[in-house]
Design a protein around this ligand. Structure first.
Ligand SMILES: NC(=O)c1ccc[n+]([C@@H]2O[C@H](COP(=O)([O-])OP(=O)(O)OC[C@H]3O[C@@H](n4cnc5c(N)ncnc54)[C@H](O)[C@@H]3O)[C@@H](O)[C@H]2O)c1
Length: 259
């Protein structure tokens, strides 16, 4: 099957694109014809990713208001913006410091606000643009990581407000909410607990955890013209987790529930 080129001539900016899900999204956008600005606070990761996919590296900490306001728009105002950068503290709430709370909130929620504050008025002035925020199923149910979850819930709200505010100006704003995806964000946990992913997979109706490709597929759809009449939506990419709990159903039902 020949690859589609839905983003030929488009400019996409992806934050946190040096690693994991962001890198996959950036690579897929580039493979479909977009010029991609690979933004990451880790300069080494940004440079490597940009070289790998043939994009432009942007050394950017999305929590730095001045740096975000000064983003170099020489390659043009992006047609596509993916707010993907995030950090996630593992410290349990009773022991979490104010600084850890602030860092999660600043990266997950304030960062997208700052980037949107800089870019969306320019997209609106041009009359077109598509923003995809990367949320999490943690926004809608508790799976640990209190500060991160609260920030992701805020990001869903911000997605709706921006969608309504900028809809008439031709700018769409949506959110993809993944569940467990195997990326470097899990490396520390996996070093301590190598069987973790196999245990987590049992909870998923589709029987496996997700991949960065699963998330990128949804992001590219929402960014594309195929989603021209979709804005303000939350698209869960979660292997069915929020529909129900496969392990619980297996434990409750005595009969063979597939028969
Ligand atoms: N991996 C999962 O299980 C999972 C599940 C649900 C949602 N998500 C979301 O997917 C997105 C990507 O996560 P991932 O698993 O690929 O993580 P990752 O840690 O592999 O990649 C995150 C990238 O963001 C960059 N980054 C962090 N803070 C930044 C900042 N202030 N400014 C600029 N760049 C910054 C990091 O350097 C890194 O390259 C995040 O929004 C995350 O919340 C991930």
């Amino acid at each position: 099957m020949s690859p589609t080129r839905r983003f030929e001539g488009r400019h996409a900016l992806v934050t946190g694109a040096g690693s994991g899900i962001g890198l996959e999204i950036a690579a897929r956008l580039a493979a479909e014809g977009a010029h991609v600005t690979v933004a990451d606070r880790d300069a080494g990761l940004a440079d490597r990713a940009a070289a790998e996919i043939g994009g432009t590296a942007l050394h950017l900490d999305v929590t730095d208001a001045e740096a975000v306001a000064a983003i170099d728009l020489t390659p043009g105002v992006p047609d596509i913006l993916v707010n993907n950068a995030a950090v996630c503290s593992d410290t349990p709430l009773p022991r979490m410091s104010e600084q850890e709370w602030d860092t999660d909130l600043a990266t997950v929620l304030k960062g997208p606000f700052l980037v949107c504050r800089t870019l969306l008025p320019r997209m609106a002035a041009r009359g077109s643009g598509s923003v995809v925020n990367i949320g999490s199923i943690n926004a809608s149910a508790y799976y640990g990581n209190d500060a991160y979850s609260a920030a992701k819930a805020g990001l869903e709200s911000l997605t709706r407000s921006l969608a309504v505010r900028y809809g008439r100006a031709g700018v769409r704003v949506n959110l993809v909410a993944p569940a467990t995806i195997r990326t470097p964000i899990w490396n520390e946990r996996l070093a301590r607990d190598p069987a973790l992913m196999e245990r987590l997979a049992r909870w998923y109706p589709l029987g496996r955890i997700g991949s960065p490709e699963d998330v990128a597929n949804a992001v590219l759809f929402l960014a594309s013209a195929e989603a021209a009449w979709i804005t303000g939506t939350v698209l869960r990419v979660d292997g069915g987790l929020s529909a129900g709990n496969a392990q619980l159903v297996t434990d409750i039902l005595t009969e063979d529930y597939l028969a």
